[in-house]
Design a binder for this molecule. Structure first.
Ligand SMILES: [Zn+2]
Length: 252
């Protein structure tokens, strides 16, 4: 009986958690994780807004005229509406990363739904625009997140560099980013170090590294765009596969 129950639990966990994650990351089914653009890349920032690091990051993005995407926690947006408003006014895209940083693997579908809608209400209350992009914490979707696709576009990433740890500092982040960025990259970074497993001061190094990286990618000819723009480029490429005039991004 005990063995039967254990097998049942294991199968349930595989179907609810492991398989959806595998399908989304491996096949990109149900989620956007990399664009086909040749010259455009997208920086995304998770876990904020943070009262110390987010303003510094926004200053940096402004200095280099870069538009980015923020996946924010509803609870932090509620605490720092002025930062959400600033992101919005400065042209960044705001997506949801749950109300608190809790894995969808540990929540029932209706709880995830509540987290997302509560966060969407908060952000809409601040900016007047209801978010339609969603990234599950730790990139761990569950089976029912597939259903969310009707309401929200799930966004994962193609490039992650361990910036939530201070060890290795600025140089580690810079080196990994510059080595691995290619056209269409969706880069995930973190503007808050309060998440379980992260270092509190980690965003210091991320922001320092990012300044060098933004300068370098600009010289390499990349344009930094928001996730909705990167998706739009893919749609245009699909609609006109034989034309070569869409943002100069066709690779054939
Ligand atoms: Zn996160």
């Amino acid at each position: 009986m005990k063995g039967f129950l254990l097998w049942g639990l294991l199968i349930f966990f595989m179907v609810y958690a492991i398989i959806p994650r595998f399908i989304m990351f491996t096949f990109g089914f149900g989620a956007f994780k990399k664009g086909r653009a040749r010259n455009e890349i997208a920086f995304t920032f998770d876990d904020g807004p943070d009262p110390i690091y987010t303003p510094r990051l926004l200053d940096l993005l402004k200095k280099y005229q870069v538009k980015a995407t923020f996946f924010v926690l509803g609870s932090k947006a509620e605490k720092h509406p002025e930062l959400i408003l600033r992101m919005h006014h400065e042209g960044h895209l705001i997506g949801i990363h749950n109300y608190v940083h809790k894995s969808n693997w540990l929540m029932a579908p209706w709880e995830v739904n509540r987290q997302i809608n509560r966060s969407a209400n908060i952000i809409e209350g601040i900016t007047g625009i209801r978010p339609t992009y969603y990234r599950p914490p730790w990139g761990l979707p569950n089976l029912f997140d597939m259903v969310l696709r009707k309401q929200f576009q799930i966004v994962l990433w193609s490039l992650m560099v361990g910036d939530w740890k201070s060890r290795g500092g600025k140089e580690k982040i810079k080196k990994r980013l510059l080595h691995r960025i290619t056209g269409g990259s969706v880069i995930v970074l973190h503007d808050c170090g309060e998440t379980f497993g992260a270092d509190l001061d980690a965003p210091v190094h991320m922001i320092e590294a990012l300044e060098d990286v933004l300068r370098e990618v600009r010289m390499q000819g990349y344009t930094c765009v928001r996730i909705d723009e990167l998706i739009q480029i893919d749609q245009e490429l699909s609609a006109r596969p034989f034309r070569n005039d869409v943002s100069g991004t066709v690779s054939h």
